[in-house]
Each structure stands twice: as C-alpha cells, then as structure tokens.
Design a protein around this ligand. Sequence first.
Ligand SMILES: Cc1cc2nc3c(=O)[nH]c(=O)nc-3n(C[C@H](O)[C@H](O)[C@H](O)COP(=O)(O)O)c2cc1C
Length: 170
Amino acid sequence: MAKIGLFYGSTTGNTVRGADLIQKAFGPGVVDLIDVGTASSQDLKKYDALILGTSTWHWGGLQDEWALFEDYLTSDILGGKKIAFFGLGDQKRYPDHFVDGMGLLYEKVKPLGVKVVGLWSREGYDFDVSTALMGDHLVGLALDEDNESHKTEDRVNRWVQQLKKELGIK
Ligand SMILES: Cc1cc2nc3c(=O)[nH]c(=O)nc-3n(C[C@H](O)[C@H](O)[C@H](O)COP(=O)(O)O)c2cc1C
C-alpha cells in the first residue's frame, strides 16, 4: 500500500487531472488515488497521511460527491493524521468564491486533531475572496484549469516538493 491516500471528488474531470499530476510528481508507489464517489470510511483509515482534493460548485459549495462523503470526516477516523488539501476553481468567473470547497473541507477537518500540511501562498492568483484564504496563505494548493491550465503542472510540482519535505518523503 502507498504511504499517502489522495481522496478526490470531481464532476467534469479537472480535479482528476490535478490528482494524476500530484501522484506522478510524488513518483511511483507513494500515492493511492481514491474517488470519494466510491470510497468508504475504512479507506480513510488505511493511511497516516491524506491529501483531500475538491472542486467548488454551486457558488461556493463542495463538489457533489464530497458533500455526501464529508460525514465520514470525524476525529475517530482522522485524528493524528497529516492532511493536505488541494482545490479546483475558476478565479475569473467566481472571484468571490474561488476554491471555497477547499476552504469548507479545511474548516471541517481542522478541528479534528489533525496536522495540516501543504499551506500555499496566494501569490500569483487573481481573486477577491475565498474561504480557503487564511491571511496571505491558502489552506492548500489552488488550481484553475478554466483559466490557467498552463500553470497547473508547475504549481503541482512545486507544491509536491514542499509536501515531500513536510511529510519526510525523499
Ligand atoms: C455552475 C458552476 C458553479 C461553479 N462555482 C464555482 C465557485 O463557486 N468557485 C470556484 O472557484 N469555481 C466554481 N466553478 C468552477 C469549477 O470549480 C471548475 O470548473 C473546476 O475545475 C471543476 O472541477 P471538476 O471537473 O473536478 O469538478 C463552478 C463551475 C460551474 C459550472
């Protein structure tokens, strides 16, 4: 089994692309990809480190499969784990709700006795408001496939380098 479980929810495939790139950037055998549309709470228990990836829909809402799966995010299941977040959104069309889904997941998970890793600078993005913004940092990696897909691979690679250090993975 891989060291990290990457759980994602994706409606049109953009978050899947992000998940694939993250898996690739870690190298072979490190990250398992799990679709929350078919996952169970037992799957979450298998890993000491998790990456949770969601897009944002409905003007500031969680992706649909995540909205069904989020009830499994409890302190019993997640307590003590290291957790990173990534979020897909559209900063041009939704500048007041950019990657809010990632912020919602963070707010749900943060109080559960976890260690959050993978905080990311807001530099280089162009949006006004986000629930994923904490001061000048985002709670995880933001990706915008609608407007900046050319930046995705570089953002992923830099974030994964940072995560490897934070998680002690060579
Ligand atoms: C109806 C609709 C509502 C959306 N709402 C938001 C939003 O509130 N914030 C945001 O950042 N992106 C929003 N988006 C953009 C999606 O999050 C973005 O296209 C994302 O890449 C989709 O990823 P997925 O295919 O993995 O679900 C919305 C898109 C649509 C079509």
